[in-house]
Design a protein around this ligand. Structure first.
Ligand code: 13P
Length: 333
């Protein structure tokens, strides 16, 4: 394939030891919810200023290999005198620009309480444009709900099929697909149920990726960790989470995959770091680097410290989190 070497190089850079990905691709409605929590209006200018605060934190490139952006941000510029497009600005710091290309999870027709992620129509043309604007990786998030009877096989198949079609289109156009099948942590299920559903989802996902000729050396997997449901009365320990997560991936993720970058999924910032650290500390025999692609767990403290005006405080908090997670990718936190 035309872009094989580029894809492999980009994917390896994204998951290099000591670095991870900053997920700053909140859609405008999600960004609105985050800004509501600090009493800041979610205007075009404020979103631009917030992203500028994050991306221009001095030295962030020591810990961050790539940034995922939303379409609006991808077309915005730095807010200093020199207005530089964000993709170009990040590239100049050695950070790979990434773009969220799914258009969100909608109700899956025929299935109660299950979602299907949309965005395939016109995707090839959008990817060509994003590549020309500097994107070298993309993200598509599928959500899988757990309850007493869910997920259905139909929902897992539909979502993983869409992920595979997205991934193939990305690779055709020189863009590394972040493949994100998120098994949600909402619910009262225990860790074993999360393990069972995550293993099943990964099996079906890799079957779909293989059927659609996706090159595994040129993808980054962005999964959930194997954890207890948020409202489960028996919360698994750090070691249980780390051991069961590693077991799940060893048994259900092919060695060829370039790397794994976890989502934080609603875990607290501290716990998300501790889980990643324990995995890397206690398991040295892994085929892939285990890294992070956190949104909330990297930004939460920075957003609160910034509160619409305190740039330096926000940047300091972001740097603390990024550094701790960088150490966690080496099991040295
Ligand atoms: P969280 O780390 O907040 O789950 O966000 C990561 C992400 O990109 C979800 O798609």
């Amino acid at each position: 394939m035309k872009y094989n070497n580029l894809l492999i190089e980009t994917a390896n850079n994204m998951v290099q030891k000591g670095k991870g990905i900053l997920a700053a691709d909140e859609s405008n409605p999600t960004c609105g919810k985050r800004f509501d929590s600090i009493g800041v209006e979610s205007s075009f200018e404020n979103r631009n200023e917030y992203r500028d605060m994050l991306f221009s934190a001095e030295g962030i490139e020591k810990y961050i290999s790539g940034v995922i952006m939303f379409d609006e941000t991808f077309r915005q510029t730095t807010t200093c005198d020199q207005k530089i497009n964000f993709p170009e600005y990040l590239s100049s710091k050695g950070i790979i620009p990434g773009i969220k290309v799914d258009t969100g999870a909608k109700d899956l027709a025929g299935f109660k309480n299950e979602k299907i992620t949309e965005g395939l129509d016109g995707l090839r043309e959008r990817l060509v444009e994003y590549f020309n604007l500097g994107a070298r990786f993309a993200k598509w998030r599928a959500v899988i709900n757990i309850d007493d009877t869910l997920p259905s096989l139909g929902a897992i198949e539909a979502n993983t099929h869409a992920l595979a079609r997205y991934a193939a289109l990305c690779q055709e156009n020189g863009i590394v697909p972040i493949v994100e099948p998120e098994v949600l942590m909402d619910g009262s299920h225990d860790i074993n149920r999360c393990y069972e559903v995550s293993c099943q989802t990964l099996d079906i996902l890799f079957d779909q990726l293989s059927r659609l000729n996706v090159m595994l050396e040129g993808i980054v997997l962005k999964p959930n960790m194997i954890i207890s449901g948020l409202s489960c009365s028996n919360q698994a320990s750090i070691d249980e989470v780390s051991n069961l997560t590693v077991k799940c991936f060893k048994e259900h993720v092919p060695d060829k995959v370039a790397g794994i970058a976890f989502l934080s999924g609603g875990q607290s910032s501290d716990i998300a770091t501790e889980h990643l650290n324990a995995m890397n500390k206690n398991h040295s025999d892994l085929k892939w680097n285990l890294s992070f692609s956190y949104g909330r767990a990297l930004q939460h403290n920075a957003l609160n410290a910034w509160s619409g005006k305190n740039r330096e405080d926000g940047q300091k908090k972001l740097m603390e989190r990024a550094k701790n997670n960088s150490l966690a990718t080496m099991g040295k936190f």
